[in-house]
Design a protein around this ligand. Structure first.
Ligand code: FAD
Length: 546
């Protein structure tokens, strides 16, 4: 086939050996390089012939005049089998008519058309052709030929489609998941979420619940949340971290189990083509477990009721015995002092009395030892991660009957989300029960009309603070330090249920939890205890022993 100069948008020189192409450097066949804008025709022919893209040149009706080697390789047709045929011979006849219409409409307007067609090889196999057709014009701007260039993109399309299918599959799985899911980038921007997550937005009334949960998780996990050193591939994930949310939305207290997985994705920007860069993302799953927690709470409260009744019984036996031992210890100490004095005076006259006193002392010590043996052991308390909102809520449920019976109104003001503290649940429960008991007794004693107990929680720096305030008579200033001493009671009536050991036990438990307790001097409406516990950190130590 003879290639015409205007076909290649250049001019042939006088001897017919070179093509003058504007903007090119040519090689002259006779005198060598740099003749200025001349290239041998044979070079153009070879370039088209050897190009790794299937190239065909047609007349204005798409009858094929030329095909290169790659064309034969892709279509299976040798030049002598296809030259003179129409390009439609390649058609699998399943490309929509509209596509051909668009193709012809474009190229006949002297524009380049680019698109995909379904072709059939000589052997009958279908393939997807990524085709570009360009019109070729003569010096008057009239279309003389068309050049078509195509590649078999069946496999690339297959791979692309697979990626799209996978993405759709993942999106539909994520969307139909009953768990709220959200993907955040390393600047905490939401890059993907699902239907359940969108529902959380309206239910919790928070514009971006993920950020709310991230704050709560960071507070709860402390050091564990922080990024490990740079040698690690990416941050460690976390599983089933429970977040209790107070009084948000219409459904009151809600429980969520949160899991997080960090993953990295290769950057798709051009600058990271050779030097791979990765972006880190967090997949956060937020599972609403409120229903199951509420059911568990009911069963738990029933079990707690009997457990606490038993513990209270044990404690009252302990306190009674310890009180009795305290009562016996005082005269015994006096007897002991008398014996010592007699011994120092070498008083032989009162020898029988001395012996009697010694006998009494001995018997007293034996009685004390017997009583000591009868003091019931309190079982070792397990130290766990405790959410004080949860624990106080349980105590209030346990007391609901008592509150009703005593006409007490409870004002519950929890911090919406509370980090955990380390502690022995039973002990803490006993402690709060004691404070509530004291409050009810004080209000009953004073015959207060407005009987209200305000229980609140808050977070102050690294501490969780609990306040238990009542509208009773309060504790006089001069008694405030004494109330924590053993057997001290502001209650004058003898035979009262108060032994003066309750607040001793409260302070002991607070101390065991490395906490602090004080009576708020600014609270004038009654008595207000403020108890603070350190937020659980990986370094927090709690020594619970009787
Ligand atoms: P056809 O009767 O050929 O054409 C269908 C419709 O196309 C017509 O109704 C009309 O609207 C339009 N049309 C056809 N010819 C013209 C024309 N001369 N001027 C204006 N409109 C016209 N097709 C493939 O399937 N695979 C290919 O790889 C392929 N490569 C091509 C490469 C080049 C350079 C060119 C110019 C065309 C190529 N074609 C290719 C298109 C091909 O020529 C056919 O138009 C197409 O295959 C449809 O064939 P058909 O027999 O079904 O319908």
């Amino acid at each position: 086939m003879k290639t015409t100069p205007d076909l290649l948008n250049g001019e042939i020189d006088a001897d017919g050996m070179n093509i003058i192409v504007p903007g090119s450097v040519s090689v002259d066949k006779k005198s060598g390089w740099n003749k200025g804008g001349r290239l041998p025709v044979s070079l153009f022919v070879a370039a088209v012939e050897q190009a790794p893209v299937a190239i065909s040149i047609t007349d204005k009706k798409a009858n094929i005049l030329y095909v290169n080697k790659a064309f034969s390789k892709v279509t299976g047709y040798k030049p002598d089998e296809i030259l003179g045929e129409n390009e439609s011979k390649l058609s699998d006849k399943c490309t929509p008519r509209q596509v051909y219409y668009d193709l012809w409409h474009t190229i006949s307007r002297k524009e380049v058309w680019h698109g995909c067609l379904i072709n059939r090889r000589k052997q009958g196999e279908r393939y997807l052709a990524d085709l570009t057709i360009a019109p070729m014009l003569d010096e008057h701007g009239t279309i003389t030929h068309y050049i078509g260039m195509h590649r078999d993109v069946t496999q690339a399309h297959h791979a692309d489609q697979q990626v799209i299918n996978q993405k759709q599959l993942i999106e539909s799985v994520i969307n139909t998941s009953p768990v709220a899911m959200v993907v955040l980038d390393n600047e905490n921007r939401i890059v993907l979420d699902n239907q359940m997550y969108k529902m959380l937005i309206s239910e919790l009334g928070h514009p971006e619940p993920a950020l709310f949960f991230m704050d709560a998780l960071q507070l709860d996990m402390g050091d564990l949340w922080a990024r490990p050193d740079d040698s690690a591939q990416h941050r460690l994930g976390f599983n089933n971290r429970e977040i209790r949310v107070e009084g948000i939305g219409r459904r009151g207290t809600r429980w969520f189990s949160c899991s997080g997985n960090w993953f990295s994705e290769s950057d798709t920007d051009a600058d990271s083509f050779f030097s791979k860069q990765a972006k880190e993302y967090l997949l956060l799953s937020i599972n609403d477990i409120s229903l199951i927690r509420r059911q568990q709470e009911k069963i738990h409260i029933q079990a707690l009721n009997s457990l606490l009744a038993e513990e209270e019984h044990m404690r009252s036996i302990r306190e009674t015995l310890l009180g009795a031992m305290h009562q016996i210890r005082q005269p015994l100490n006096q007897i002991n002092a008398a014996i010592q004095i007699m011994a120092q005076r070498k008083d032989t006259q009162n020898q029988p009395l001395k012996e009697l006193l010694s006998q009494v002392q001995e018997m007293g010590e034996e009685t004390l030892a017997t009583l000591q043996r009868c003091v019931p052991e309190i079982p070792e308390a397990a130290v766990t991660s405790v959410n004080l909102n949860q624990l106080l809520h349980e105590v209030m449920l346990l007391y609901s009957q008592k509150f009703l019976a005593n006409g007490v109104v409870v004002d519950w003001m929890p911090n919406p989300v509370l980090p955990s503290v380390l502690g022995a649940e039973n002990k803490l429960r006993m402690m709060f029960k004691q404070l509530i008991d004291n409050a009810i007794n004080a209000m009953n004693r004073a015959g207060s009309n407005d009987r209200m107990i305000k229980i609140g929680t808050s977070v102050e720096r690294d501490w969780v603070k609990v306040t238990v305030a009542d509208t009773g008579p309060g504790i006089p200033v001069n008694h405030r330090s004494k109330v924590f001493e053993p057997f001290f009671t502001t209650q004058q009536t003898l035979g009262s249920s108060q032994s003066g050991m309750g607040l001793v036990m409260v302070r002991e438990i607070v101390n065991q939890h490395s906490g602090m307790i004080e009576i708020d001097p600014a609270y004038l409406a009654g008595c207000c205890f403020q108890i603070s516990f350190p937020i659980k950190q990986s370094s927090t130590r709690v020594n619970i022993h009787e």
